[in-house]
Ligand binder design. Sequence first.
Ligand code: NAD
Length: 470
Amino acid sequence: METYESLLTAITPPAGTATRPILNPATGGTVTAAPVHTVEDLEAAVEAARAAQPSWAALSHQERSQVLLDTADAIDRSAEALAQLLSREQGKPLNGPNARFEVGACSAWLRATASIELAPEVVVDDGETYAEVHYRPVGVVGAIGPWNWPMMIAIWQIAPSLRMGNTVVLKPSEYTPLSVLALAVVMNQVLPEGLLTVIAGGQEVGARLASHPAVGKVMFTGSTETGKAIVRSSADTVKRLTLELGGNDAAIVLPDADPRAIAQDLFWGAFINTGQTCAAIKRLYVHADIYDAVCDALTDVALATPMGIGTDEQNLLGPLQNKQQYDIVARLVDAAKESGAKVLVGGNPDPRQPGYFYPTTLVADIGNDNPLVAEEQFGPALPIIRYTNLDEAIELANGLDAGLGASVWSSDRKQAHRIAERLQAGSVWINAHGRINPMVPFGGTKQSGYGLEFGVAGLKALGVPQVISG
Ligand code: NAD
Protein backbone atom coordinates (compact mmCIF):
# COMPACT_ATOMS: atom_id res chain seq x y z
CA MET A 1 0.00 0.00 0.00
CA GLU A 2 1.37 3.39 -0.99
CA THR A 3 0.95 6.58 0.99
CA TYR A 4 0.90 9.92 -0.81
CA GLU A 5 4.50 10.52 0.29
CA SER A 6 5.72 7.07 -0.76
CA LEU A 7 4.03 7.50 -4.15
CA LEU A 8 5.90 10.76 -4.69
CA THR A 9 9.15 9.00 -3.80
CA ALA A 10 8.33 6.12 -6.14
CA ILE A 11 7.84 8.45 -9.11
CA THR A 12 10.88 10.59 -8.38
CA PRO A 13 13.18 10.14 -11.36
CA PRO A 14 16.68 8.75 -10.81
CA ALA A 15 19.49 11.29 -10.40
CA GLY A 16 20.69 12.55 -13.74
CA THR A 17 17.23 12.46 -15.41
CA ALA A 18 16.06 15.78 -16.82
CA THR A 19 12.99 17.03 -14.93
CA ARG A 20 10.49 19.88 -14.91
CA PRO A 21 8.15 21.08 -12.17
CA ILE A 22 4.47 20.17 -12.33
CA LEU A 23 2.19 22.87 -10.98
CA ASN A 24 -0.96 22.49 -8.93
CA PRO A 25 -3.58 24.34 -11.01
CA ALA A 26 -5.56 25.27 -7.89
CA THR A 27 -2.72 27.01 -6.06
CA GLY A 28 0.08 27.69 -8.52
CA GLY A 29 2.44 25.77 -6.17
CA THR A 30 4.64 22.89 -7.29
CA VAL A 31 3.40 19.31 -6.80
CA THR A 32 6.74 17.70 -7.58
CA ALA A 33 9.12 17.30 -10.52
CA ALA A 34 8.28 15.03 -13.44
CA PRO A 35 10.86 13.32 -15.61
CA VAL A 36 11.31 14.59 -19.14
CA HIS A 37 11.67 11.40 -21.12
CA THR A 38 13.15 11.43 -24.60
CA VAL A 39 12.66 9.60 -27.87
CA GLU A 40 15.63 7.40 -26.84
CA ASP A 41 13.74 6.43 -23.67
CA LEU A 42 10.77 5.60 -25.88
CA GLU A 43 12.91 3.36 -28.09
CA ALA A 44 14.08 1.41 -25.03
CA ALA A 45 10.51 1.08 -23.74
CA VAL A 46 9.21 -0.20 -27.08
CA GLU A 47 12.03 -2.73 -27.21
CA ALA A 48 11.22 -3.95 -23.68
CA ALA A 49 7.53 -4.16 -24.59
CA ARG A 50 8.34 -6.09 -27.77
CA ALA A 51 10.52 -8.55 -25.84
CA ALA A 52 7.92 -9.12 -23.11
CA GLN A 53 4.93 -9.56 -25.42
CA PRO A 54 5.24 -13.19 -26.68
CA SER A 55 5.32 -14.78 -23.23
CA TRP A 56 2.42 -12.58 -22.07
CA ALA A 57 0.41 -13.50 -25.17
CA ALA A 58 1.13 -17.17 -24.51
CA LEU A 59 -0.94 -17.04 -21.32
CA SER A 60 -4.65 -17.87 -21.52
CA HIS A 61 -7.38 -15.20 -21.31
CA GLN A 62 -8.14 -16.56 -17.87
CA GLU A 63 -4.56 -16.16 -16.67
CA ARG A 64 -4.27 -12.63 -18.05
CA SER A 65 -7.63 -11.72 -16.55
CA GLN A 66 -6.39 -12.87 -13.15
CA VAL A 67 -3.43 -10.48 -13.49
CA LEU A 68 -5.85 -7.63 -14.31
CA LEU A 69 -7.82 -8.48 -11.17
CA ASP A 70 -4.60 -8.37 -9.14
CA THR A 71 -3.77 -4.91 -10.53
CA ALA A 72 -7.29 -3.76 -9.58
CA ASP A 73 -6.63 -4.93 -6.01
CA ALA A 74 -3.30 -3.07 -5.99
CA ILE A 75 -5.04 0.14 -7.11
CA ASP A 76 -7.67 -0.24 -4.41
CA ARG A 77 -4.96 -0.65 -1.75
CA SER A 78 -3.33 2.63 -2.82
CA ALA A 79 -6.53 4.41 -3.85
CA GLU A 80 -6.36 7.31 -1.40
CA ALA A 81 -2.73 8.11 -2.25
CA LEU A 82 -3.53 8.03 -5.97
CA ALA A 83 -6.55 10.30 -5.49
CA GLN A 84 -4.52 12.79 -3.44
CA LEU A 85 -1.94 13.03 -6.21
CA LEU A 86 -4.55 13.22 -8.96
CA SER A 87 -6.34 16.04 -7.16
CA ARG A 88 -3.13 18.05 -6.73
CA GLU A 89 -1.92 17.56 -10.27
CA GLN A 90 -5.15 17.68 -12.27
CA GLY A 91 -6.98 20.06 -9.94
CA LYS A 92 -10.18 18.02 -9.58
CA PRO A 93 -11.68 17.79 -6.09
CA LEU A 94 -11.32 14.65 -4.04
CA ASN A 95 -15.09 14.31 -3.68
CA GLY A 96 -18.04 14.26 -6.08
CA PRO A 97 -17.52 12.63 -9.50
CA ASN A 98 -13.85 13.56 -9.30
CA ALA A 99 -10.53 12.19 -7.97
CA ARG A 100 -11.70 9.38 -5.65
CA PHE A 101 -14.38 8.48 -8.17
CA GLU A 102 -11.77 8.36 -10.98
CA VAL A 103 -9.45 6.05 -9.05
CA GLY A 104 -12.42 3.83 -8.17
CA ALA A 105 -13.35 3.70 -11.85
CA CYS A 106 -9.84 2.47 -12.67
CA SER A 107 -10.15 -0.68 -10.60
CA ALA A 108 -13.79 -1.15 -11.61
CA TRP A 109 -12.85 -0.97 -15.30
CA LEU A 110 -10.02 -3.47 -14.84
CA ARG A 111 -12.38 -5.92 -13.13
CA ALA A 112 -15.06 -5.50 -15.78
CA THR A 113 -12.52 -5.92 -18.60
CA ALA A 114 -11.27 -9.10 -16.93
CA SER A 115 -14.80 -10.50 -16.77
CA ILE A 116 -15.72 -10.23 -20.47
CA GLU A 117 -15.98 -13.51 -22.39
CA LEU A 118 -14.34 -13.57 -25.80
CA ALA A 119 -14.57 -16.95 -27.53
CA PRO A 120 -13.73 -17.57 -31.21
CA GLU A 121 -16.83 -16.80 -33.33
CA VAL A 122 -18.13 -19.49 -35.68
CA VAL A 123 -19.47 -17.45 -38.61
CA VAL A 124 -20.42 -20.28 -40.99
CA ASP A 125 -20.93 -23.96 -40.22
CA ASP A 126 -23.29 -25.32 -42.91
CA GLY A 127 -21.77 -28.73 -43.58
CA GLU A 128 -19.80 -27.45 -46.57
CA THR A 129 -17.98 -24.49 -45.08
CA TYR A 130 -16.65 -23.99 -41.61
CA ALA A 131 -15.20 -20.60 -40.67
CA GLU A 132 -14.33 -19.06 -37.33
CA VAL A 133 -12.89 -15.69 -36.33
CA HIS A 134 -10.17 -15.39 -33.71
CA TYR A 135 -8.67 -12.21 -32.28
CA ARG A 136 -4.88 -12.37 -32.10
CA PRO A 137 -2.79 -9.84 -30.17
CA VAL A 138 -1.62 -6.79 -32.10
CA GLY A 139 1.78 -6.84 -30.35
CA VAL A 140 2.92 -3.55 -28.83
CA VAL A 141 0.19 -0.94 -28.27
CA GLY A 142 1.10 2.75 -28.12
CA ALA A 143 -1.26 4.72 -25.89
CA ILE A 144 -1.45 8.51 -25.89
CA GLY A 145 -3.67 10.31 -23.41
CA PRO A 146 -5.09 13.70 -22.39
CA TRP A 147 -5.06 15.63 -19.11
CA ASN A 148 -8.73 15.68 -18.13
CA TRP A 149 -9.23 12.13 -16.82
CA PRO A 150 -5.59 11.02 -16.95
CA MET A 151 -5.82 7.85 -14.87
CA MET A 152 -9.19 6.59 -16.06
CA ILE A 153 -8.44 7.10 -19.73
CA ALA A 154 -5.05 5.40 -19.27
CA ILE A 155 -6.89 2.38 -17.85
CA TRP A 156 -9.33 2.41 -20.80
CA GLN A 157 -6.28 1.99 -23.01
CA ILE A 158 -4.24 -0.37 -20.83
CA ALA A 159 -6.93 -2.81 -19.64
CA PRO A 160 -8.19 -4.13 -23.01
CA SER A 161 -4.67 -4.05 -24.46
CA LEU A 162 -3.23 -6.29 -21.74
CA ARG A 163 -6.27 -8.53 -21.64
CA MET A 164 -5.81 -9.26 -25.37
CA GLY A 165 -2.15 -10.25 -24.94
CA ASN A 166 -0.52 -6.99 -25.96
CA THR A 167 2.07 -4.95 -24.11
CA VAL A 168 1.75 -1.18 -23.67
CA VAL A 169 3.92 1.91 -23.95
CA LEU A 170 1.94 4.91 -22.75
CA LYS A 171 2.62 8.60 -23.24
CA PRO A 172 0.57 10.75 -20.86
CA SER A 173 -0.23 14.41 -21.39
CA GLU A 174 2.59 16.80 -20.53
CA TYR A 175 0.12 18.43 -18.09
CA THR A 176 -0.60 15.29 -16.03
CA PRO A 177 2.34 12.87 -16.21
CA LEU A 178 2.58 12.30 -12.43
CA SER A 179 -0.86 10.71 -12.07
CA VAL A 180 -0.16 8.22 -14.84
CA LEU A 181 3.38 7.47 -13.64
CA ALA A 182 1.96 6.79 -10.18
CA LEU A 183 -0.78 4.56 -11.55
CA ALA A 184 1.85 2.55 -13.41
CA VAL A 185 4.02 2.26 -10.28
CA VAL A 186 1.06 0.70 -8.47
CA MET A 187 0.09 -1.59 -11.36
CA ASN A 188 3.71 -2.66 -11.87
CA GLN A 189 3.76 -4.00 -8.33
CA VAL A 190 1.92 -6.98 -9.83
CA LEU A 191 2.48 -6.83 -13.61
CA PRO A 192 5.32 -8.84 -15.15
CA GLU A 193 8.23 -6.71 -16.34
CA GLY A 194 7.97 -4.90 -19.69
CA LEU A 195 4.17 -5.04 -19.96
CA LEU A 196 3.51 -1.40 -19.10
CA THR A 197 5.95 1.49 -19.44
CA VAL A 198 5.05 5.16 -19.13
CA ILE A 199 7.18 7.60 -21.11
CA ALA A 200 6.56 11.14 -19.88
CA GLY A 201 7.67 13.00 -22.96
CA GLY A 202 6.35 15.71 -25.21
CA GLN A 203 4.77 15.82 -28.66
CA GLU A 204 7.89 14.41 -30.32
CA VAL A 205 7.56 11.28 -28.20
CA GLY A 206 3.89 10.99 -29.15
CA ALA A 207 4.69 11.45 -32.83
CA ARG A 208 7.41 8.76 -32.69
CA LEU A 209 5.05 6.35 -30.92
CA ALA A 210 2.51 6.93 -33.70
CA SER A 211 5.06 6.20 -36.44
CA HIS A 212 7.12 3.48 -34.71
CA PRO A 213 7.39 0.35 -36.88
CA ALA A 214 7.31 -1.96 -33.85
CA VAL A 215 4.01 -0.51 -32.57
CA GLY A 216 1.01 -2.32 -34.03
CA LYS A 217 -1.78 -0.09 -32.78
CA VAL A 218 -2.26 3.36 -31.31
CA MET A 219 -5.00 4.13 -28.82
CA PHE A 220 -5.39 7.89 -28.79
CA THR A 221 -7.63 10.12 -26.70
CA GLY A 222 -7.27 13.86 -27.16
CA SER A 223 -8.11 16.68 -29.50
CA THR A 224 -9.30 16.28 -33.06
CA GLU A 225 -6.29 18.22 -34.39
CA THR A 226 -3.82 15.87 -32.71
CA GLY A 227 -5.89 12.91 -33.89
CA LYS A 228 -5.41 14.05 -37.48
CA ALA A 229 -1.63 14.38 -36.89
CA ILE A 230 -1.61 10.81 -35.55
CA VAL A 231 -3.45 9.52 -38.61
CA ARG A 232 -0.73 11.10 -40.75
CA SER A 233 2.19 9.80 -38.61
CA SER A 234 0.77 6.30 -38.55
CA ALA A 235 0.10 6.07 -42.29
CA ASP A 236 3.47 4.68 -43.40
CA THR A 237 3.19 1.68 -41.09
CA VAL A 238 -0.58 1.24 -41.68
CA LYS A 239 -1.15 1.14 -37.96
CA ARG A 240 -4.46 0.27 -36.45
CA LEU A 241 -6.00 3.24 -34.63
CA THR A 242 -8.68 3.93 -32.08
CA LEU A 243 -9.31 7.67 -32.01
CA GLU A 244 -11.40 9.20 -29.21
CA LEU A 245 -11.36 12.87 -30.17
CA GLY A 246 -13.04 16.11 -29.26
CA GLY A 247 -16.77 16.54 -28.82
CA ASN A 248 -19.31 19.32 -28.67
CA ASP A 249 -22.27 17.37 -27.32
CA ALA A 250 -25.80 18.70 -27.65
CA ALA A 251 -28.62 17.99 -25.22
CA ILE A 252 -32.23 18.59 -26.25
CA VAL A 253 -34.82 19.21 -23.55
CA LEU A 254 -38.40 18.59 -24.69
CA PRO A 255 -41.32 20.67 -23.39
CA ASP A 256 -42.70 17.75 -21.36
CA ALA A 257 -39.58 17.49 -19.16
CA ASP A 258 -39.80 18.55 -15.51
CA PRO A 259 -37.16 21.31 -15.05
CA ARG A 260 -36.64 20.82 -11.30
CA ALA A 261 -36.55 17.03 -11.59
CA ILE A 262 -33.82 17.02 -14.28
CA ALA A 263 -31.75 20.01 -13.10
CA GLN A 264 -29.16 18.04 -11.09
CA ASP A 265 -28.55 15.50 -13.84
CA LEU A 266 -28.42 18.20 -16.52
CA PHE A 267 -25.96 20.19 -14.42
CA TRP A 268 -23.59 17.27 -13.85
CA GLY A 269 -24.01 16.18 -17.47
CA ALA A 270 -22.43 19.51 -18.36
CA PHE A 271 -20.15 20.33 -15.43
CA ILE A 272 -18.65 16.96 -14.49
CA ASN A 273 -14.90 17.48 -13.97
CA THR A 274 -15.64 21.23 -14.16
CA GLY A 275 -16.70 20.81 -17.79
CA GLN A 276 -13.39 19.23 -18.81
CA THR A 277 -14.96 16.05 -20.11
CA CYS A 278 -15.18 14.88 -23.70
CA ALA A 279 -18.73 13.53 -23.57
CA ALA A 280 -20.31 16.36 -21.54
CA ILE A 281 -23.18 18.64 -22.51
CA LYS A 282 -21.60 21.61 -24.25
CA ARG A 283 -24.75 22.95 -25.96
CA LEU A 284 -28.12 22.83 -24.23
CA TYR A 285 -31.22 23.23 -26.44
CA VAL A 286 -34.34 23.91 -24.36
CA HIS A 287 -37.91 24.30 -25.62
CA ALA A 288 -39.31 27.82 -25.21
CA ASP A 289 -42.21 26.58 -23.04
CA ILE A 290 -39.89 25.60 -20.20
CA TYR A 291 -36.82 27.68 -21.10
CA ASP A 292 -37.03 30.09 -18.16
CA ALA A 293 -37.85 27.32 -15.69
CA VAL A 294 -34.83 25.25 -16.81
CA CYS A 295 -32.57 28.33 -16.61
CA ASP A 296 -33.81 29.06 -13.07
CA ALA A 297 -33.40 25.46 -11.91
CA LEU A 298 -29.86 25.21 -13.34
CA THR A 299 -28.90 28.54 -11.78
CA ASP A 300 -30.00 27.25 -8.37
CA VAL A 301 -27.86 24.11 -8.76
CA ALA A 302 -24.88 26.16 -9.99
CA LEU A 303 -25.06 28.52 -7.02
CA ALA A 304 -25.29 25.60 -4.58
CA THR A 305 -22.30 23.67 -5.98
CA PRO A 306 -19.02 24.67 -4.31
CA MET A 307 -15.90 25.30 -6.39
CA GLY A 308 -12.45 25.53 -4.86
CA ILE A 309 -9.17 23.79 -4.06
CA GLY A 310 -9.55 20.08 -4.76
CA THR A 311 -8.06 18.84 -1.50
CA ASP A 312 -10.66 20.77 0.54
CA GLU A 313 -13.23 18.05 1.18
CA GLN A 314 -16.34 20.18 0.62
CA ASN A 315 -15.57 21.20 -2.97
CA LEU A 316 -17.20 19.56 -5.97
CA LEU A 317 -15.83 21.73 -8.78
CA GLY A 318 -12.21 22.75 -9.30
CA PRO A 319 -10.00 24.91 -11.49
CA LEU A 320 -9.27 24.55 -15.18
CA GLN A 321 -6.28 22.28 -15.47
CA ASN A 322 -4.04 24.68 -17.36
CA LYS A 323 -3.69 28.26 -18.51
CA GLN A 324 -4.30 27.40 -22.15
CA GLN A 325 -7.70 25.91 -21.32
CA TYR A 326 -8.54 28.78 -18.99
CA ASP A 327 -7.84 31.24 -21.82
CA ILE A 328 -10.14 29.31 -24.21
CA VAL A 329 -13.04 29.41 -21.74
CA ALA A 330 -12.48 33.12 -20.93
CA ARG A 331 -12.30 34.02 -24.62
CA LEU A 332 -15.50 32.16 -25.48
CA VAL A 333 -17.51 33.60 -22.57
CA ASP A 334 -16.25 37.10 -23.40
CA ALA A 335 -17.35 36.63 -27.01
CA ALA A 336 -20.79 35.54 -25.80
CA LYS A 337 -21.09 38.56 -23.52
CA GLU A 338 -20.04 40.92 -26.32
CA SER A 339 -22.72 39.42 -28.58
CA GLY A 340 -25.39 40.47 -26.08
CA ALA A 341 -26.06 37.03 -24.60
CA LYS A 342 -27.28 37.01 -21.00
CA VAL A 343 -24.98 35.64 -18.30
CA LEU A 344 -27.22 34.03 -15.67
CA VAL A 345 -24.41 33.18 -13.30
CA GLY A 346 -20.59 33.38 -13.43
CA GLY A 347 -18.61 34.93 -16.27
CA ASN A 348 -16.68 37.08 -13.81
CA PRO A 349 -13.37 35.43 -12.81
CA ASP A 350 -11.56 37.02 -9.88
CA PRO A 351 -8.12 38.12 -11.13
CA ARG A 352 -6.73 38.08 -7.56
CA GLN A 353 -7.55 34.40 -7.03
CA PRO A 354 -4.52 32.11 -7.46
CA GLY A 355 -4.93 29.12 -9.76
CA TYR A 356 -6.95 28.75 -12.94
CA PHE A 357 -10.41 29.11 -11.45
CA TYR A 358 -13.19 30.15 -13.80
CA PRO A 359 -16.58 30.41 -12.09
CA THR A 360 -19.48 28.17 -13.06
CA THR A 361 -21.10 30.05 -15.93
CA LEU A 362 -24.54 29.74 -17.53
CA VAL A 363 -25.25 31.80 -20.63
CA ALA A 364 -28.83 32.29 -21.90
CA ASP A 365 -30.41 34.06 -24.87
CA ILE A 366 -27.51 33.04 -27.08
CA GLY A 367 -27.49 32.41 -30.83
CA ASN A 368 -26.53 29.04 -32.26
CA ASP A 369 -23.68 30.51 -34.30
CA ASN A 370 -22.02 32.07 -31.26
CA PRO A 371 -18.46 30.71 -30.72
CA LEU A 372 -19.43 29.51 -27.22
CA VAL A 373 -21.89 27.17 -28.96
CA ALA A 374 -19.95 26.32 -32.10
CA GLU A 375 -16.55 25.62 -30.45
CA GLU A 376 -15.70 23.05 -27.78
CA GLN A 377 -15.27 25.17 -24.63
CA PHE A 378 -14.12 22.22 -22.45
CA GLY A 379 -14.72 24.12 -19.23
CA PRO A 380 -17.38 25.34 -16.79
CA ALA A 381 -19.43 27.46 -19.21
CA LEU A 382 -22.71 26.26 -20.69
CA PRO A 383 -24.70 28.03 -23.44
CA ILE A 384 -28.47 27.49 -23.23
CA ILE A 385 -30.22 27.91 -26.58
CA ARG A 386 -33.97 28.43 -26.91
CA TYR A 387 -35.88 26.49 -29.59
CA THR A 388 -39.52 26.25 -30.61
CA ASN A 389 -39.42 23.73 -33.46
CA LEU A 390 -38.06 20.28 -32.61
CA ASP A 391 -36.95 19.47 -36.17
CA GLU A 392 -34.90 22.64 -36.17
CA ALA A 393 -33.34 21.77 -32.81
CA ILE A 394 -32.31 18.35 -34.16
CA GLU A 395 -30.82 20.02 -37.22
CA LEU A 396 -28.82 22.42 -35.04
CA ALA A 397 -27.66 19.56 -32.81
CA ASN A 398 -26.44 17.70 -35.92
CA GLY A 399 -24.92 20.79 -37.49
CA LEU A 400 -21.31 20.45 -36.34
CA ASP A 401 -18.39 18.26 -37.41
CA ALA A 402 -18.25 16.68 -33.94
CA GLY A 403 -20.39 13.66 -33.09
CA LEU A 404 -19.33 12.12 -29.78
CA GLY A 405 -22.36 12.13 -27.48
CA ALA A 406 -25.85 13.65 -27.30
CA SER A 407 -28.88 13.40 -25.05
CA VAL A 408 -32.65 13.81 -25.08
CA TRP A 409 -34.60 14.81 -21.96
CA SER A 410 -38.31 13.98 -21.84
CA SER A 411 -40.92 12.25 -19.70
CA ASP A 412 -41.91 10.25 -22.81
CA ARG A 413 -39.21 7.63 -23.34
CA LYS A 414 -40.65 6.40 -26.65
CA GLN A 415 -40.59 9.85 -28.16
CA ALA A 416 -37.09 10.41 -26.79
CA HIS A 417 -35.97 7.16 -28.48
CA ARG A 418 -37.32 8.29 -31.83
CA ILE A 419 -35.40 11.56 -31.52
CA ALA A 420 -32.24 9.71 -30.41
CA GLU A 421 -32.29 7.74 -33.66
CA ARG A 422 -32.07 11.01 -35.59
CA LEU A 423 -29.06 12.39 -33.69
CA GLN A 424 -25.61 12.07 -35.23
CA ALA A 425 -23.55 10.94 -32.26
CA GLY A 426 -21.77 7.75 -31.19
CA SER A 427 -23.76 7.62 -27.93
CA VAL A 428 -27.19 9.09 -27.24
CA TRP A 429 -28.46 9.02 -23.67
CA ILE A 430 -32.04 9.52 -22.56
CA ASN A 431 -32.56 11.60 -19.41
CA ALA A 432 -28.84 11.37 -18.68
CA HIS A 433 -25.59 12.43 -20.31
CA GLY A 434 -22.16 10.80 -20.35
CA ARG A 435 -23.30 7.77 -18.35
CA ILE A 436 -20.60 5.36 -19.47
CA ASN A 437 -20.36 1.70 -18.52
CA PRO A 438 -17.44 -0.71 -19.02
CA MET A 439 -19.74 -3.21 -20.78
CA VAL A 440 -21.30 -0.70 -23.20
CA PRO A 441 -19.38 0.33 -26.34
CA PHE A 442 -18.34 3.96 -26.55
CA GLY A 443 -16.91 5.88 -29.50
CA GLY A 444 -17.37 8.85 -31.76
CA THR A 445 -18.76 9.60 -35.18
CA LYS A 446 -17.74 12.32 -37.65
CA GLN A 447 -14.60 14.13 -36.49
CA SER A 448 -14.99 12.85 -32.93
CA GLY A 449 -13.05 9.80 -34.07
CA TYR A 450 -13.50 6.14 -34.88
CA GLY A 451 -13.21 2.77 -33.21
CA LEU A 452 -14.99 1.57 -30.09
CA GLU A 453 -13.87 1.20 -26.51
CA PHE A 454 -15.36 -0.96 -23.71
CA GLY A 455 -17.19 -4.26 -23.71
CA VAL A 456 -16.67 -7.01 -26.26
CA ALA A 457 -16.27 -4.47 -29.08
CA GLY A 458 -13.51 -2.79 -27.10
CA LEU A 459 -11.62 -6.06 -26.66
CA LYS A 460 -11.92 -6.90 -30.35
CA ALA A 461 -10.43 -3.50 -31.17
CA LEU A 462 -7.23 -4.57 -29.42
CA GLY A 463 -6.93 -7.73 -31.48
CA VAL A 464 -6.21 -8.55 -35.09
CA PRO A 465 -9.00 -10.67 -36.55
CA GLN A 466 -7.87 -13.95 -38.04
CA VAL A 467 -10.26 -16.20 -39.94
CA ILE A 468 -9.61 -19.93 -39.91
CA SER A 469 -11.75 -21.92 -42.31
CA GLY A 470 -11.97 -25.40 -43.70
P1 NAD B 1 -4.27 17.06 -27.05
O1 NAD B 1 -4.64 16.55 -28.39
O2 NAD B 1 -3.69 18.42 -26.95
O3 NAD B 1 -3.19 16.10 -26.38
C1 NAD B 1 -3.44 14.72 -26.19
C2 NAD B 1 -2.11 13.97 -26.21
O4 NAD B 1 -1.56 13.99 -27.51
C3 NAD B 1 -1.06 14.53 -25.28
O5 NAD B 1 -0.43 13.44 -24.62
C4 NAD B 1 -0.09 15.20 -26.24
O6 NAD B 1 1.23 15.27 -25.77
C5 NAD B 1 -0.17 14.28 -27.44
N1 NAD B 1 0.28 14.87 -28.70
C6 NAD B 1 0.31 16.18 -29.07
N2 NAD B 1 0.74 16.29 -30.33
C7 NAD B 1 1.01 15.05 -30.78
C8 NAD B 1 1.46 14.52 -32.03
N3 NAD B 1 1.75 15.31 -33.06
N4 NAD B 1 1.57 13.18 -32.15
C9 NAD B 1 1.25 12.36 -31.11
N5 NAD B 1 0.84 12.81 -29.91
C10 NAD B 1 0.72 14.14 -29.74
O7 NAD B 1 -5.57 16.91 -26.17
P2 NAD B 1 -5.81 17.43 -24.68
O8 NAD B 1 -5.89 18.92 -24.72
O9 NAD B 1 -4.87 16.76 -23.75
O10 NAD B 1 -7.26 16.84 -24.35
C11 NAD B 1 -8.45 17.54 -24.55
C12 NAD B 1 -9.16 17.05 -25.79
O11 NAD B 1 -9.34 15.65 -25.72
C13 NAD B 1 -10.54 17.63 -25.94
O12 NAD B 1 -10.79 17.96 -27.30
C14 NAD B 1 -11.46 16.48 -25.55
O13 NAD B 1 -12.75 16.54 -26.10
C15 NAD B 1 -10.69 15.31 -26.02
N6 NAD B 1 -11.06 14.11 -25.29
C16 NAD B 1 -11.77 13.14 -25.93
C17 NAD B 1 -12.19 12.01 -25.25
C18 NAD B 1 -12.99 10.93 -25.93
O14 NAD B 1 -13.18 9.88 -25.36
N7 NAD B 1 -13.47 11.14 -27.13
C19 NAD B 1 -11.85 11.88 -23.89
C20 NAD B 1 -11.14 12.88 -23.27
C21 NAD B 1 -10.74 14.00 -23.98
